[in-house]
Design a protein around this ligand. Structure first.
Ligand code: NAI
Length: 303
């Protein structure tokens, strides 16, 4: 495989383009927004500079990496010669189904079509194509250039050959691929999101305050970040959507989202991206400042 097309140049798409380009693949980065493409190139440049500052990359590597990336606003131009497409467009089922239907028509018959979706069924995506054996999940973690894991998700009809090829390709990117089956949340979010939801339930029930819950998980379980802070970083709307996918997919009440999570999303308190969640980010993300709303949940107030 040589020609890689990445669809969507947002948070994940720019990182995926970065790692493929850095490993000498020829990358076509596609987005419906020219502004998003320009922002992605600037972000990739900044992240490469960070690698240079750390001494893990040279200026020549940076130039070569950027030279391996071309940008397109039209999918038919960006994907027509792809050996592998990695779709990282917005997490919306209708958007993804439309993209895969179009890719199936545009791309050569042997092109592998992968999705970076966090929660949409690979089997459902594959079903809108005529090549379900060549549709697979390639779930990178954020930030892509840093995080080692790729969850490789086999849809119901994904072939052994395609799975093997994607496992090998992930290794060539310096990643550690893990093969999983296509069920709601795959492995990462089936375990992570109920943990985050349970942390919110713990707060909602008044067992402990925000900082206490995060401190227990950080110092007690050696997590680098507490679950409530992590939820703010992921986006509370994203967490809620994934809980709903688990709840609908398994029909098990243990996946019911906490009413506090639902309220916060309804109120527009989505975490870092909206400036407020469990913590307040109006002064940035460097200092962790408790949101006013949760000050009354501290142990002192409860007592
Ligand atoms: P984002 O919102 O940062 O970027 C999405 C990009 O897709 C935008 O630039 C948008 O203009 C573009 N787009 C929308 N429709 C398009 C179309 N029809 N054709 C081409 N481009 C289109 O989203 P983000 O966070 O990068 O997520 C992308 C995917 O990665 C989603 O499926 C998400 O579930 C998944 N993901 C996100 C993670 C995260 O931490 N943000 C982690 C792992 C997976």
């Amino acid at each position: 495989m040589k020609n890689i097309t990445v669809i969507g140049s947002g948070t994940m798409g720019n990182g995926i383009a970065h790692v493929f380009a850095q490993n000498a693949y020829s990358v076509s980065l596609v987005d419906i927004s020219e502004a998003a493409l320009q922002k992605a190139l600037a972000t990739i440049g900044k992240n490469l500079d960070r690698q240079i500052a750390k001494g893990t990359l040279t200026e020549a590597d940076k130039a070569a990496t950027l030279g391996n990336i071309k940008t397109f606003t039209k999918i038919e131009e960006g994907a027509k010669n792809a050996d592998l497409v990695v779709e990282a467009a917005s997490e919306n089922v209708n958007v993804k189904l439309a993209i895969f239907k179009q890719l199936d028509e545009i791309c050569p018959a042997n092109t592998i079509l992968a999705s970076n979706t966090s929660s949409i069924s690979i089997t459902q995506i594959a079903a809108v194509t005529k090549r379900a054996d060549k549709v697979i999940g390639m779930h990178f973690m954020n930030p892509v250039p840093v995080m080692k894991l790729v969850e490789v998700i086999r849809g119901y009809s994904t072939s052994n050959e395609v799975t093997q090829l994607i496992m090998e390709t992930s290794k060539k990117l310096g990643k550690v691929p893990v093969e999983v089956n296509d069920y709601p949340g795959f492995v990462a979010n089936k375990i992570l999101m109920p943990m985050i939801n349970e942390a919110i339930i713990t707060l909602y029930e008044g067992v402990a305050g925000v900082e206490e819950i995060d401190t227990v998980m950080k110092l007690g379980m050696a997590h680098p970040m507490g679950p409530l802070q992590l939820a703010d970083f992921i986006g509370l709307d994203v967490c809620l959507n994934i809980m709903r996918v688990l709840q609908d997919g398994f029909g098990n009440p243990k996946y019911a989202p906490c009413p506090l999570l639902v309220n916060m999303v309804t109120a527009g308190h989505l975490g870092v991206k909206s400036g407020k969640g469990f913590y307040d980010y109006s002064a940035g993300t460097k200092e962790l400042v408790l949101a006013d709303r949760f000050k009354k949940h501290s142990n002192t107030v409860l007592a």
